[in-house]
Write a protein that binds this ligand. Sequence first.
Ligand SMILES: *Cc1c(COP(=O)(O)O)cnc(C)c1O
Length: 405
Amino acid sequence: MSSFEVEAFRAQFPILNQSINGSPLVYLDNGATTQKPQAVIDCLDQYYQGFNSNVHRGAHELADRATRAFEAARDTVSAFIGANNNELIWTRGTTEAINLIAHSWGRVHLSRGDKVMITEMEHHSNIVPWQLLAQQIDIEVIAIPVTAQGELDMAAFEQMLDESVKLVCCVHVSNALGTVNPVEHIIAKAHAVGAKVLIDGAQAVGHFPVDVKALDADFYVSSSHKIFGPTGVGFAYGKYDILDSMMPYQGGGEMIETVSLSGSTFQAPPLRFEAGTPDISGVIAFAAAVSFIQQSDREAMLAHEHDVLDYAHQCAAQTVGMTVIGQSSHKEGVMSFLLDGAHPHDVGTLLDRQGVAVRTGHHCCQPLMAKLGIPGTVRASFSAYNTRDDVDRLFAAIEKTKAFL
Ligand SMILES: *Cc1c(COP(=O)(O)O)cnc(C)c1O
């Protein structure tokens, strides 16, 4: 018996309780960002009303409180993913975390002729930083192909993998298709040829428990705002000895040990990679979001999410003129689709008029759309607060949309 009470969970998200264009809001754009529970909103409020202060350098009580909360947040979030607290670097989000690794690890450990392997289903944020680095240091970027089902071609992966590959970058859960990739297997194979592995967990961490040590990931990155936390904050996890081998990302305050005009020495990780005043309130509220999730029975929460996603796919199978894009048997949180004869943008606009928020377009995955031969999709993406009732309203809106087309 499930001990996840979806109505009680949903009631903690004040934004969901409103009408949009005359209909109750059905929010199915969680792949872009999730909504925030009252606990996270209150946390931001309490910080600014109670102890706003700069961290790590204060000689007064408020600064001590802010620093303690900031570092306690590092404990909370690192424990949440099974990392040690000195292995978690705060960033602006997944994008900055990948750029940090490309710069700080890539410039030390990659040289001309080395290969970085990505996949055809990466988000642009796990493609473009490697292309930029390739322009600078002449490495090669190769991509694991995606099958028509929307899964990684694992046979091709094994063929492409050799000792010239120094890093494999792979999305844990595809934001465009929902496919859950076999990252454990990819990590083991990559390690066997001496390559490091970076996992983009932006769509994973909010749905199921992730343990970076059990995965044996070298790097794991994610964003707070995809996990009920605020925008503008996320993390780069890296194994400590790897972080310790990396050069700083940005220079400035906080990341130094000593500075003189003839040169500077740097802090140990993770502070070496955190130049300047961080998003203090964001970090603290990110930890509040994690504590919020941890109050739920995660197994029951995931079972509820699977029930809603399976129900959506059952409804899709019975809808004439609808094609689901991404047919993997292992999906999480996403149903991407097309309606016959309709451009995804038009479908999105007509759904919005009925209060149903989805995303349309390429979902920052242009190479994937090109591979699948489609201009984009309509993406309904689900979170734990969505219900079968939301799915019913989505499909009622789809039927009305079909009548307009
Ligand atoms: C959202 C997302 C990103 C980018 O995250 P930002 O918070 O915009 O930096 C990267 N990868 C995936 C899979 C995503 O879903």
